[in-house]
Design a protein around this ligand. Sequence first.
Ligand code: PGA
Length: 251
Amino acid sequence: MRKNIVAGNWKMNTTLNEGVGLAKDVNEALKNVDAKCDVVICVPFTHLYPVAQVIDPAKLGLGAENCADHTKGAYTGEVSASMVVSTGATYVILGHSERRQYYGETAEILKQKVNLALENNLTPIFCIGEVLEQRENGTYLDVVKAQIEDALFDLSAEDFSKLVLAYEPVWAIGTGKTATDDQAQEMHAFIRKVIEDKYGKEVAENTSILYGGSCKPSNAKALFAKPDVDGGLIGGASLDAESFMGIVTAF
Ligand code: PGA
C-alpha cells in the first residue's frame, strides 16, 4: 500500500545556521513521537549537505527543492540531480508552481528533470495544480490532467511508480486559503483515476498523492482523513518545528 508522507518545503528561507537548527529541532522532535507517516524536509541546495550531517535518515528524509534539466557541464548556477544525491538527499521537488510561474518551467523541461532525478535514484515529489481562474471557470480537472499527461505519461509504469505527486492548488499556496477537504478529495480521487486509466489500478493505488497549500496543524487532520489524501507538502508551516510536527502528528 501507498505511504503517507509529510514533506516540508522550506523554499528560499533560512540562513545556513537557521536551517541546520530547524533540521535538528525536527529530528529531535521525531525521537519523541511515533510518526504514522514518512517525514521529509526539502531544503535549499546550500543546506543539503550540512543538514544531512545532523539528521537520522531512518527517521527524517532529505530532499532538494529543484534540480537541473541537464546532466552536467556549462550551465552556470544550476545544480544537477547527481550533485543533489551526492549530498545525501533522496528526494527532489519538481514542477512546483513557483518554478513553473517564475522560472518558465514547461512540461518539456520537467520531463528532463524527472528523468534525471529517476536515473539518479532520487524520488521526485512532482507538483501539479490549477490557478484561481481555472478553479473558478471549472477547467481545473482538465488542467491538472494535462499537467500529469504532458510531463509524466512517457514514463514506464515501473518509473511512474517511483514518483510521489503533490496536488497544490496555486490559489491556496501561501495565501492562508486552504482547499476544503472535499475539494482536495475530489481532485485526489480524480488524479488517481487518471493514473489508473494509464497505468492500471495497482500503480494508481500505490501512488502517494500529497496535498499542499496552506496546510497547517489546524486543518491537516481533516485533509489527511480523506481516503485519497496521503499526506502534505508543507511550505510556511514547515519553517517552525512545532507547527511542522503538529502536521506530522495529524496522522
Ligand atoms: P504553503 O506552501 O504551505 O506555504 O502554502 C506549500 C507549497 O508551496 O509547497
